[in-house]
Structures are given as C-alpha cells and as structure tokens.
Write a protein that binds this ligand. Sequence first.
Ligand SMILES: [Zn+2]
Length: 70
Amino acid sequence: MIQLPLWRQVPLPAASVATATRLPAMPVFVIGRPNRCPDCLSEAFIVGRVTAECAGCGLPLAIVRSRRLS
Ligand SMILES: [Zn+2]
C-alpha cells in the first residue's frame, strides 16, 4: 500500500486558496501608457507620488515607470 506524504493528505485552507486565485496579479499604473482600472474599467486616474487612484471606484494602483521612458 502506498503511503502519501503528509502534506498531500492535509487539505489547504480554503481562504488562502481563494486569495491566491482571486488576486492573479498586482494592478499597476504604467506612466506613459493608457491605463484602465481592472475593477470598473475607468480610464481616469488621480496620479499621486506612489499610487494612482482610480477616479471611478478609488482603487489604488502601484505606479510603475515604463522602461522606455528615460
Ligand atoms: Zn476603478
């Protein structure tokens, strides 16, 4: 009889699985490119120093500078 490793027998907590699948990627605001809110699809953003906030739903996005901008 095959004995499975212990970690195979213990089911993962449902909460961590749900979090991992619901957050596929960190939403980012790329300077110099057209951006769209992943939540409400708005194209209007209030750009701050570190984050850009969606003008429609207030979702904060981390600002990323495009490498093509110098
Ligand atoms: Zn939004």
